[in-house]
Design a protein around this ligand. Structure first.
Ligand SMILES: Nc1ncnc2c1ncn2[C@@H]1O[C@H](COP(=O)(O)OP(=O)(O)OP(=O)(O)O)[C@@H](O)[C@H]1O
Ligand SMILES: [Mg+2]
Length: 501
């Protein structure tokens, strides 16, 4: 059963009744009228889906009736039934856009099939139309839309865009599109028209000028619209206001630039702090040596002997180390710094030299057990790490009143890694702070004696530049009948094959 309403207009009552009886079986609502006038008076046609009318009737012709019915109900499907002998009505029927022309006698089966097919098609069209309306409403709600004719005149503009521009429809329709564009767009306009001529869409950012002269920006998509021959008929432009987003983006960019600058400053500050830290030891050496030379001189005891030469060499070594430290820190920030192949033993020799003044003045026994192993890595950075660890041991040993030891063990493990162990007998690190000793600025020393950067920097260098590990633990052992307790630092290193980026 077709859920539709059909109107039949037929002046032959018997035929009308017969048709109604048959069609009622298939269609939910069927109304019959024996005269066109009666139908027009009833207004029943206004909500009907179909009208089937005879063409040749006394008062009003079928074609004329359909014209009037269509005025009030544009979507009604019109079917005309006629005897073969009425060709003069054909032309008129076609002009009235009659949907179907039937020849009498009517084949009701064919008619019903036709009605069903048309009704389904109509329903599909209505649904599509509704869907299109919904899409349009959604697009209109969320976007600015306007259409242009090919000469660039605005032919349509939606409310949202009008509100944004501050114009009324009357002020904009028929005007060139440049009325709402900004001069900034010149190059964009050129690329838009170029694309459209190549039948392509365009998307990009467009600047607009409001009626009050202020500027706003839209993310714009422009599409060509075609006619049935495939020629561009119009252009549609769909836009989203991105003024706020652009503003936020530019604020973010400024913030990002600022924070980049800040982080650069912080890195430079850190670098200065690190250099200052690494310089403290050689400066100490230089001061101690030069003071000693000065005192000898004042007491007229200055002799160019071995001790004097040793002190001059220490000053030179310290100055060289300071010089190298600056180069190293500069290299941290430069890629492709040079790695070299060296013996770990030699690096230790350099470290002892740098610390020799403290070593001798603190009467330290240095117990070395160093295998002859070679590393291909960054030598001076390893030197800095060794100096930091040895210097800490020296500082700590300064507090004990027994034989002071520093043990250095260097060997290669089965995997080919170089293991460097440095331990002392200064008593070890309190378990409550052992976790923190690699933190930046963690120190248990007085302000003028320690910055708390030594181990933090060392760990950083080992992990990031030497691709190794640095760990610590407390250790108890016996050496030549002396019971020892101290901290043991372990460095695990390997040759760096690839140049790190
Ligand atoms: N061999 C050690 N024995 C005992 N404690 C140690 C040893 N090495 C380091 N520490 C502890 O770790 C702390 C941090 O050492 P780190 O080298 O980072 O800083 P610092 O020596 O205090 O100052 P600086 O920055 O001048 O080196 C030291 O203050 C000390 O308490
Ligand atoms: Mg230290």
């Amino acid at each position: 059963m077709l859920d539709a309403k059909l109107i039949i207009v037929e002046d032959e009552e018997t035929l009308l009744n017969r048709l109604m009886t048959i069609l009622k079986r298939e269609i939910k609502e069927v109304e019959g009228f024996s005269s066109p006038k009666a139908l027009l008076q009833s207004e029943s046609y206004k909500n009907a889906h179909f009208i089937l009318t005879d063409i040749n009737m006394p008062e009003i012709s079928g074609v004329e009736l359909l014209k009037q019915v269509k005025k009030a109900n544009q979507s009604i499907i019109c079917i005309i039934a006629s005897a073969f002998s009425d060709p003069q009505y054909f032309q008129e029927a076609i002009e009235t856009k009659v949907d179907k022309f039937l020849i009498k006698p009517i084949n009701t089966e064919e008619l019903i099939a036709e009605l069903k097919e048309r009704f389904a098609l109509k329903q599909e069209q209505d649904e599509n139309k509704q869907l299109l309306e919904e899409y349009k409403a959604i697009i209109d709600d969320n976007n600015c839309v306007y259409k242009l004719s090919l000469d660039g005149t605005i032919t349509y503009i939606n409310e949202k865009f009008l509100t944004l521009c501050g114009y009324t429809k009357e002020e904009v329709l028929g005007q060139p599109y440049t009325i709402i564009g900004s001069k900034e767009n010149q190059s964009a306009y050129e690329s838009i028209w170029k694309n459209l001529l190549e039948k392509k869409s365009w998307s990009g950012v467009i600047a607009h000028e409001k009626k009050d002269g202020s500027t706003f920006y839209t993310q714009t998509n422009i599409y060509p619209l075609w006619d049935y021959q495939g020629k561009i008929k119009e252009v549609i432009s769909i836009k989203t206001d991105i003024t706020k987003i652009r503003q936020m983006q530019s604020e973010l960019d400024t913030k990002e630039r600022l924070s980049l600058m800040q982080s650069k400053m912080a890195t430079m500050g850190e670098m200065l702090a690190n250099i200052a830290h690494q310089w403290r030891q050689p400066l100490n050496t230089i001061t101690m040596c030069s003071t000693s030379i000065q005192v000898s001189n004042e007491m007229n005891m200055l002799q160019i002997d071995d001790e004097f030469t040793h002190m001059i060499n220490s000053i030179n070594d310290a100055a060289e180390y300071m010089n190298q430290t600056i180069t190293d820190f500069q290299n941290y920030f430069k890629p492709n710094k040079n790695k070299t192949c060296f013996y770990v033993e030699n690096v230790f020799e350099k470290a002892y030299k740098l610390l020799s003044v403290q070593m001798t003045s603190n009467t330290i026994r240095l117990i070395k057990n160093i295998e002859k192993v070679q590393l291909c890595s960054y030598e001076n950075e390893l030197l800095q790490v060794l100096v930091n660890i040895l210097k800490n041991a020296l500082d700590q040993l300064h507090h004990i009143n027994m034989q002071r030891y520093i043990f250095v063990d260097v060997f290669q493990d089965k995997e080919g890694c170089v293991l460097i162990k440095i331990k002392d007998n200064a008593g070890g690190i309190d378990n409550t702070i052992i976790e923190k000793i690699f933190d930046a600025y963690f120190t248990t020393k007085e302000a003028d004696k320690g910055t708390g950067l030594g181990l933090h920097m060392s760990k950083d260098i080992v992990q990031k530049h030497l691709h190794g590990e640095l760990n610590v633990k407390n250790i108890e052992f016996v050496y030549e009948h002396d019971a020892c307790k101290g901290a043991e630092f372990t460095l695990k290193l390997k040759s760096i094959e690839e140049e790190s980026p």
